[in-house]
Design a protein around this ligand. Sequence first.
Ligand code: FES
Ligand code: CO
Length: 345
Amino acid sequence: MLATRQPVLRRFWYPAMPAAMVDAGPQPFTLLGERLVLWRDADGKYAAMADRCCHRSAQLSKGWIDGNTIVCPYHGWAYDGAGTCVKIPQRPDSAGLRGTAVKSFFCEARYGHLWVALDEPLAPIPDWPEEIDSGYRRINQFYEPWNCAGLRLMENSFDNAHIHFVHRNTFGDINNPDPPEPTIERLDYGFVARSDVPVYNTEEQKKNLRDDSAFTVRHITAHWYMPFLRRLHIRYPSGLDHIIITAATPVGDGQSQIVQFCFRNDREAEAPAAGIIAFDRRVTAEDREVLEGTDYDVPLDMHSGIERHMPSDKPGLVMRRMLLDLLATHGETEQTRHPSRRAAE
Ligand code: FES
Ligand code: CO
């Protein structure tokens, strides 16, 4: 599937960047191949618009904010948050304003990040109760571009077999390679998978978990939100909750912006955020190392013959099936650069 060629994927919310970045001034961001400018007006209202002035195509993200408008750096045309041009400095009589606008998109601030949908969203931004629960803290972990398809990272997140190989130096147990199968319950725009996964505890992780055992069984409840968002709730036997939200926001077909934050029900004094980020960062760097070499055109049809499968691939295969169904519901077929199976036969 080539994400930029499936219009229905424009109808989902994606976290584009930490809100603090936009607080510093207008920022460019590319979502599904669409070049955007994200900005915040003087009243604190956020907006996402096409990053192309309709005069001579300058990037508005190189401009500045003036009250409730964003000003183009080239000749000073000013636009409001709906994308309407409200001032042309060279035409003080307002002549030429009518119908002058750039496209605007859906934009909301949640969980300390700006979320954008390019077309009418099919599902809301998920509600995660920990955000307003004083028993939890949110830690913004990282924000970085990866050269891989979002679907590859989503499948990886639910693939218990990769843990013992990719993460053999952090928490995997290479001598125990066949993982328990998760149970999968389908939801409207995604699913929830549950499993108990025994993992190895390094010295560093023993400190983060305040647990001296060599092995711990992670009780995992993982949500997949179509198409490229997941919530991984790890509950440790001690009652510690480590809830990781990871988005692989689609920049292009082979590029994703990784946005990750977590919720924890322990205190900074017990487990400093810096240590938690460092461990999770090392784990995701291990995933990145493998995922960046994978083909970004993930075949959705499991019978295409392009990839072989094993039982632990089930969550990823359910994703592929559900995405195929989504495309069909919206009158689309999978866009791919792989020759079709029929053509190959
Ligand atoms: Fe934007 Fe001229 S290009 S004002
Ligand atoms: Co991994």
